[in-house]
Design a protein around this ligand. Structure first.
Ligand code: FAD
Ligand code: UDP
Length: 369
């Protein structure tokens, strides 16, 4: 059987996973990437201070999917980091997601698990929301009530999305657990950590295969007619913005971006956790101090402040009713193309889903089954 010629558009995690899985099964793969580096939004690099920083925001790998974890293990070892986040509320740094200690410290009282459960149930009972929840605000209030929603969620969400939380999908709230125990980890997945030498190195290793070639600074849309020439490629794997591929035929989809401000600070430690959220203060949403998660030692420390923005590299899909409706129209079209076996749409932007890294890999694995 002759090898198929495949074009992969984008060298982020979706593109790299697809390229590798195709190459592993004997296909010939050419990857094009419009940035000057691989890794997409997972890209990281080491600074002069000897600390690896994530140039497009903090990335912590976590999954319950053993096949996804095993796939990653082929390309990198992982450290044992378990993510913890604090939220700056009422002048205190409190554990987030909300757990028993968050509630106790916020109110300055000692409570057991049962006390916290009944406190939350009372809070919910005296709050108003729609059941089943129709949006982000309903979904959070249905679990913690209005008081805690206002302290931890409302302003953060407005800052992050520049939108009324009632216009956002309840699905977003599903990312944040609420706990009555003292578990203060951000994720409880079976497998967690960061690639020992960074995401860039892991993704470079995925792309390192004799059947994979890669071209940087190359935008598919700037030479589309060349790449689309009949007979040039048998399969295209697209990982860019979904609407762009179809010239916005079903309307423009929104993406949210972030401006990252990096700071090197001449002290060993800046804050007590890798990430501190600032729901109610400042214009930025959170400060990341990378050395906590990379476990690197340095006399200096590297920080990243995140300012959400409508302009810039697309980082998030915006899950409101309008975009979800348009997504369906695009995905119907995608299904037709995929059924013909000529194209695959994978990843956060191309599927227009709020995917974590493991979900991106799982989706590629599933579509290439
Ligand atoms: P991308 O990373 O966006 O890659 C797409 C690539 O395609 C890009 O390199 C782009 O330049 C290229 N491209 C697009 N269009 C073209 C074109 N026309 N021609 C050529 N190339 C093109 N996930 C987690 O699991 N844990 C986390 O802690 C986490 N934290 C995050 C924090 C932030 C701030 C953000 C924004 C995301 C985070 N994520 C996290 C999600 C993670 O970044 C994504 O799931 C993953 O990077 C998506 O990979 P992708 O390949 O689908 O998309
Ligand atoms: N969120 C919030 N307060 C917080 C953290 C998160 O209200 O302190 C909300 C906010 O709407 C955010 C969403 O929960 O966009 C998902 O949070 P997550 O930490 O998963 O965001 P990401 O890491 O993807 O930016």
């Amino acid at each position: 059987m002759s090898m198929r010629k495949c074009l992969v558009i984008g060298a982020g995690l979706a593109g790299a996973t697809a390229a590798r899985l195709l190459a592993d099964r004997g296909e010939k793969v050419h990857v094009i990437e419009k940035r000057e580096h691989p890794g997409g939004n997972c890209y990281d690099e080491k600074t002069n201070a000897g600390v690896t920083v994530h140039k497009y925001g903090p990335h912590i790998f976590h999954t319950n999917m053993t096949d996804v974890w095993q796939f990653c293990q082929r390309f990198s070892r992982f450290n044992l980091y378990q993510h913890r986040v604090l939220s700056y509320v009422d002048g205190q740094l409190l554990p987030f997601p909300i757990n028993r200690d968050t509630v106790c410290r916020l109110f300055g009282v000692e409570m057991g698990i049962r006390d916290v459960e009944s406190f939350l149930a009372d809070e919910v009972a005296r709050s108003s929301y729609r059941e089943p929840p129709e949006n982000f605000k309903d979904a959070v209030i249905s679990q913690v009530g209005t008081y805690l929603y206002d302290k931890f969620f409302h302003n953060y969400t407005r800052k992050q999305w520049s939108a009324d939380p009632e216009t956002l999908s309840a699905e977003i709230a599903g990312r944040i657990p609420i706990r009555s125990n003292r578990d203060d980890r951000y994720f409880t997945d079976l497998y967690q950590g960061l690639p020992e030498h960074g995401y860039t190195a892991m993704i470079e290793s995925m792309l390192d295969h004799p059947s994979i070639t890669i071209e940087f600074n190359t935008d598919y849309f700037l030479a589309r007619s060349e790449f689309d020439k009949p007979g040039k490629y048998d399969l295209k794997v697209y990982t860019g913005e979904l609407d762009k591929f179809f010239d916005e035929a079903y309307g423009r989809l929104e993406y949210r971006s972030v401006k990252f401000e990096f700071r090197t600070v001449d002290q060993e430690v800046f804050q007590p956790a890798a990430v501190v959220n600032y729901p109610n203060d400042y214009d930025f949403t959170r400060i990341t101090e990378f050395k906590h998660m990379t476990m690197e030692k340095s006399k200096k420390t590297e920080l990243c402040l995140e300012y959400p923005s409508a302009q810039g590299i697309p980082s998030y899909v915006v899950l409101n009713q309008e975009n979800i409706g348009k997504r369906q129209a695009y995905l119907d079209h995608v299904n037709d193309l995929e059924e013909q076996g000529k194209a695959l749409f994978v990843g956060r932007l191309a599927e227009y889903r709020y995917y974590n890294m493991d979900q991106v890999i799982a989706s590629v694995m599933n579509k290439l089954k």
